[in-house]
Design a protein around this ligand. Structure first.
Ligand SMILES: C[C@@]1(CC(=O)O)C2=NC(=C\c3[nH]c(c(CCC(=O)O)c3CC(=O)O)Cc3[nH]c(c(CC(=O)O)c3CCC(=O)O)/C=C3\N/C(=C\2)[C@@H](CCC(=O)O)[C@]3(C)CC(=O)O)/[C@H]1CCC(=O)O
Ligand SMILES: NC(=O)c1ccc[n+]([C@@H]2O[C@H](COP(=O)([O-])OP(=O)(O)OC[C@H]3O[C@@H](n4cnc5c(N)ncnc54)[C@H](O)[C@@H]3O)[C@@H](O)[C@H]2O)c1
Length: 206
């Protein structure tokens, strides 16, 4: 397994099964602005609500091969292992396929994630213990708390300015490293002073 982050905006995701696990994954996919379709005879109430408010498309019935034709990502999320394996086998080799009933199947897993603005931490155990992945994520949540969302905005803004204004690698690295000191995360005033400094310092063109 190799970790990547994927831009899901507008990407077609087809989920087979409308139960609890499907519901959890769909919620995160909608946050990532994916275009989600569920194929299932019945839906659990959170998914039903998403269908009723037009946030998710619903193909009512048991899955058909043609339902997955144009999907970028397929999630085989029924409670029937054999059906999930068939979905995997019928997918093209160019599609991403997640099989919720067997870690050895499919070509991708969902990690346990923690998001604070632009900061994303993902924990994976390769199917050995999803519960441990969740536990480690919960532990990290205490350290990487809400203060990181505005802090990442500050780091992003300054990094863009530094890339524009400072040519010398050593100076760039020194400034990029300085911003990581905790006092900047914890003080808006320090952040403003730092921004002012990098805006006003003589541009280094060496
Ligand atoms: C991380 C997380 C993300 C997510 O689901 O998006 C996720 N599982 C989570 C929770 C969780 N899942 C299960 C339990 C009950 C305890 C237990 O069984 O251990 C709990 C804990 C709980 O709910 O508290 C049961 C379970 N899970 C899988 C099977 C099939 C099997 O192992 O055979 C069974 C057995 C079913 C049965 O016995 O019938 C399979 C997979 N689950 C994965 C991901 C992938 C591997 C990720 C990895 O190891 O890193 C993989 C391979 C496929 C996939 O789904 O991608 C999410 C945390 C959510 C969060 O963020 O809060
Ligand atoms: N990956 C994970 O994180 C994870 C976590 C817990 C459990 N599981 C496994 O996932 C399975 C599903 O869990 P759940 O809680 O979502 O079950 P669930 O019973 O809530 O949902 C199953 C859904 O699959 C649908 N379905 C069944 N056959 C279908 C078909 N042929 N075509 C389309 N839809 C079909 C059902 O209508 C239902 O909506 C469990 O049996 C368990 O083995 C995985």
């Amino acid at each position: 397994m190799y970790p990547i982050t994927v831009r899901m905006e507008g990407k077609k995701v087809v989920v087979a099964g409308g139960g609890k696990v499907a519901s959890f994954k769909i919620r995160l996919l909608l946050e990532a602005k994916a275009d989600v379709t569920v194929v299932s005879k019945e839906l659990c109430s959170p998914i039903r609500e998403l269908v009723e408010t037009s946030r998710v498309h619903w193909i009512q019935g048991t899955y058909k091969r043609s339902d997955f034709k144009d999907a970028f990502l397929i999630i085989a999320a029924t409670d029937d292992k054999d059906i999930n394996i068939r979905i995997e086998q019928e997918a093209s080799e160019h599609q991403l396929v997640n099989v919720i009933t067997d870690p050895e199947r499919g070509n991708c897993h969902f990690p346990a994630t923690l998001k604070q603005g632009k900061l994303l931490i993902a924990v994976s155990t390769g199917g050995a213990s999803p519960k441990l992945a969740k536990h480690i994520r919960n532990q990290l949540q205490e350290q990487y708390n809400h203060t990181y969302e505005p802090y990442l905005e500050f780091l992003n803004e300054c990094r863009i300015l530094i890339k524009e204004r400072y040519e010398a690698k050593a100076v760039r690295h020194q400034l990029l490293a300085e911003m990581l000191e905790d006092e900047y995360r914890l003080s808006l005033q320090k952040q403003e002073q730092f921004k002012e400094r990098i805006r006003c310092e003589t541009v280094d063109l060496r």
